[in-house]
Design a protein around this ligand. Structure first.
Ligand code: FES
Length: 111
């Protein structure tokens, strides 16, 4: 079965003013999506660490990466690549846009 992207579905995350640089929040979908503000650039990835079940939005932002707060695996926020052990599986990334003062994530790009 074809699992390619089928549609663009923008979901509102929050007002831009509520997600300051260096902060993260989650979009309440299943599975949840973590949204990060890195020096004014927004990134969205799966919120759940691929090592065990833990929220990456609760992790530590280091440049364009996030470090899981449980066992310290790192993921690239731009590509979703697992950068360090103990995680070996990448997380999915999502398109992000800002419009009308809000942050939006394209949940339609989910497999
Ligand atoms: S749960 Fe994230 S590194 Fe273990």
């Amino acid at each position: 079965m074809d699992t390619a992207r089928t549609s663009v579905t923008w979901r509102k995350v929050c007002p831009i003013a509520e997600l300051s640089p260096g902060e993260a929040t989650t979009l309440d979908v299943q599975p949840p999506i973590a949204v990060f503000n890195v020096d004014g650039t927004f990134y969205a990835i799966d919120d759940t660490c691929t090592h065990e079940t833990f929220s990456l939005a609760d992790g530590y932002i280091e440049g364009a990466a996030v470090e899981c707060a449980l066992h310290y695996a790192k993921f690239d926020l731009r590509t979703g690549e697992a950068l360090s052990l103990p995680a070996t599986v990448d997380v999915r990334t999502y398109a992000v846009k800002t419009e009308d003062g809000h942050v939006f994530v394209d949940v339609g790009s989910r497999d």
